[in-house]
Ligand binder design. Structure first.
Ligand SMILES: *Cc1c(COP(=O)(O)O)cnc(C)c1O
Length: 385
């Protein structure tokens, strides 16, 4: 029995709390590939570390508890997790995907799964009518991000899940940008939750990992089979580091969001800003839907500067905020989606969905917010033509 009710406690005590063998308060790093069998067929319950490892199992139990699912799976990267999930489908199956998803998700569908006859269709999933109209007999899943990467478009998870159920399709949600601390898609009817745990869950830009959570036994069995068969599992050391990162998720997210809210408010009234995307502002697309399904707007902000600002100069002028791929670490990172995270999406599609060459994506860290605003504003000023 768990002697707590709230997620802040589950982050620290969820899953396997400590080491039952020694009382160590942390689960040890079981750095082993295999396990002794006393006799033929007499195993300890552990057989081989691709199939199962106690450190990884503790992480998998933890993420399942946090997302309110029944089974969790840890992978060597977010893309390995996504690849395992896409392996649920077969030739002629079709997935509907949000019009802005992570570039790597688009790439693996377009360049890998397409070769096996698994089709995808890009749909503006924030538009329920568009989703409804896109359902054909071959659609087997809707794959969404909310907020989506990089335009932070909000999709109504429960409405889309309901539509998908009516059409016997699965709803898959990439919850990387929110984490279970801010949003739990399974509670809104989704079937599968995916994370790039590289981001907020690990939180320190020091490892690459992916997680999956489901609530139904049949799906859990299928995904467990795929995890073991395709083999992209997370190693024991990274599993340990990820458990350690998750313990501070609550305090980190509170600060990330507090900073993001201040920065977004400051950018909203800045004369250089042409467009601003932040789901925590009441003026944002999908604000009400996001408030309904998530705790707040998260800590990712995207924006465009007006034509008389040179964005190359802007990136070069930043002194505290780092220009880098990735997000969700304690340090603030900025990126240029068109040439970085979303470069694998063809130019025409990028233009169509609004990932312009002027778009800037900011992952707000947990530094002092005045230092961050000072850095941003001086770089904007430096970049004025
Ligand atoms: C980074 C990212 C991924 C891919 O995860 P990796 O850990 O880099 O393989 C998938 N989805 C989103 C939303 C991401 O930000």
């Amino acid at each position: 029995m768990k002697n707590y009710k709230h997620i802040e406690s589950a982050l620290i005590h969820g899953g396997v709390d400590g080491d039952p063998l020694t009382g160590a308060v942390n689960i040890p790093i079981y750095q082993t590939s295999t396990y002794e069998q006393k006799g033929l067929g007499e195993t300890s319950g552990w057989e081989y570390s691709r199939t199962g490892n106690p450190t990884r199992a503790a992480l998998e139990a933890l993420i399942a508890e946090l997302e309110k699912g029944t089974a969790g799976f840890a992978f060597a990267s977010g893309m390995a997790a996504i690849t395992a999930i896409l392996s649920l489908f077969k030739t002629s199956d079709k997935l509907l995907i949000s019009s802005n998803v992570y570039g790597g998700t688009f790439r693996v569908l377009d360049k890998v799964f397409n070769n096996f006859g698994i089709k995808y269709q890009i749909v503006d999933t924030s538009d329920l009518k568009a989703v409804e109209e896109a359902f054909t007999k071959d659609v087997k899943a809707v794959y969404i991000e909310s907020p989506a990467n990089p335009l932070l478009t909000i999709t109504d998870i429960s409405a889309v899940s309901k539509l998908a159920k009516q059409h016997n399709a699965l709803t898959i949600v990439d919850n990387t940008f929110m984490t279970p601390y801010l949003q739990r898609p399974l509670e809104h009817g989704a079937d599968i939750v995916i994370h790039s745990a590289t981001k907020y869950l690990a939180g320190h830009s020091d490892l690459v990992a992916g997680l999956v959570v489901v609530k139904e036994d049949v799906l859990a069995e299928k995904i467990g089979f795929l995890q073991n068969s395709t083999g992209g599992v997370l190693g024991p050391f990274d599993s340990f580091l990820l458990i350690r990162g998750i313990k501070t998720l609550g305090v980190r997210m509170d600060r990330h969001v507090q900073n993001a809210q201040q920065i977004a408010s400051a950018l909203a009234v800045h004369k250089a800003v042409k467009t601003l995307y932040y789901p925590g502002l009441s003026s944002a697309q999908g604000y009400a839907v996001n408030q309904k399904q998530a705790k707040n707007g998260g800590a990712m902000i995207s924006f465009e500067l007006k034509e008389n600002y040179d964005i190359k100069k802007f990136f070069r002028s930043l002194k505290l905020i780092t220009l880098a791929e990735s997000l969700g670490g304690v340090e603030s990172l900025v990126c240029h989606p068109a040439t970085m995270t979303h470069a694998s999406i063809p130019y025409e599609i990028r233009q169509k969905v609004g990932i312009t060459d002027g778009l800037i994506r900011l992952s707000v860290g947990i530094e002092n917010q005045d230092d961050l605003i000072t850095d941003l504003f001086q770089a904007i000023q430096e970049s004025e033509k």
